[in-house]
Write a protein that binds this ligand. Structure first.
Ligand code: MG
Ligand code: ZN
Length: 181
C-alpha cells in the first residue's frame, strides 16, 4: 500500500502549548488524545511530517541540538507504537529574519518534499494557528484547525470560520481524516 502523508504542527496540536517555549523533555506533554491519534494514523498507513516554528533557537533560549533532543524524545515514544514520523521540520528563525521557512511561509513543507522526494499537496495539515492555516492554503494542503493550543483564539482572530474545518483536537481531526481517506 502506498503511504499517505499528513502534515502536523507540533505545539498545541501534538503537545500541550505552554504559551511558553518547550525547552526540555519534562515540559513536553501530549495533548489529550493526541497520542492515540498518532497511533491511529500509523495503523492507517499515514506517514507524518511535522512542521514547527521554534524561534526560541535563534532567540538563544535553546540550541538546535536541544530542540532535536526534545523531538527525538517524543518521536521515540510514538515510533515504538508503529507511528511513522517521516520528518520533523524546524524553523529556528525569528520573525525579523524574514526566512523562507517560518510559517505561514511554506519552506518547511518544501524541505520535507525535497528531502524525501514526496509531495505534500492535497494532504491534510492540522494546526492551531492562523499561520498553519495560511501555510496549508498557500502550499495546496487541506487545513484543519484544532481548538487546542491557540485554536479558539485563532478562530476569534480570524473573525469567521468560512472555508475552515474546525475540530476539537487532533483526535477528532484524525477521526475525520480517516473517515474520508
Ligand atoms: Mg502550534
Ligand atoms: Zn525559518
Amino acid at each position: 500500500m502506498k503511504p499517505k502523508y499528513i502534515v502536523l504542527d507540533r505545539d498545541g496540536v501534538i503537545n500541550v502549548d505552554l504559551f511558553d517555549y518547550v525547552l526540555d523533555t519534562k515540559a513536553f506533554k501530549f495533548e489529550e488524545g493526541s497520542f492515540e491519534a498518532l497511533v491511529e494514523l500509523g495503523k492507517n498507513n499515514f506517514e507524518i511530517v511535522v512542521a514547527t516554528n521554534q524561534k526560541c533557537i535563534n532567540l538563544g533560549l535553546i540550541s538546535s541540538e536541544g530542540i532535536k533532543a526534545i523531538n527525538d524524545y517524543w518521536v521515540n515514544i510514538v515510533t515504538k507504537e508503529g507511528v511513522k514520523i517521516k520528518s520533523v521540520e524546524v524553523c529556528p528563525h525569528k520573525d525579523e529574519e524574514n526566512c523562507d521557512c517560518r510559517k505561514p511561509k511554506t519552506g518547511l513543507l518544501k524541505n520535507a518534499e525535497k528531502k524525501h522526494g514526496i509531495s505534500l499537496k492535497d494532504c491534510y495539515f492540522v494546526g492551531d494557528k492562523l499561520s498553519d492555516i495560511e501555510c496549508a492554503f498557500t502550499h495546496g494542503c487541506k487545513p484543519i484547525l484544532v481548538e487546542t493550543g491557540y485554536g479558539t483564539r485563532s478562530v476569534a482572530e480570524r473573525g469567521s470560520s468560512e472555508n475552515l474545518i474546525i475540530e476539537k483536537n487532533l483526535r477528532e481531526a484524525v477521526k475525520k481524516i480517516i473517515r474520508e481517506s
